[in-house]
Design a protein around this ligand. Sequence first.
Ligand SMILES: [Zn+2]
Length: 105
Amino acid sequence: MRSNSIKCSGGGRRDIKVQLEGRALDVLRLLRIHIYAASTQIPCPMCGSRGVGVSFNVREHQNRYYCTICTPRGGSLVDLVIALGYAGNFHGAVTFLREKLELEN
Ligand SMILES: [Zn+2]
């Protein structure tokens, strides 16, 4: 029985979460989002904060983003990679982040 090549399901989420600790600003730069998002609200890169001007921010110590207009109204930085179209699913987003931020696989 072969047991190789089955490694991208389960378990990955906790690993990437740990790997991204302290890297929120690097993720913002990578996604071309102004790092002001970590200290105040800025125009949302997904919805453009239509009608209210600013609605988007990132909580650096939680590694989560929030937008008062988008649905859903937030998620992890991995979710943000997907929401911005840099990857089509969780696994793709993790691969993207690991490659661009030079994290271990
Ligand atoms: Zn939004």
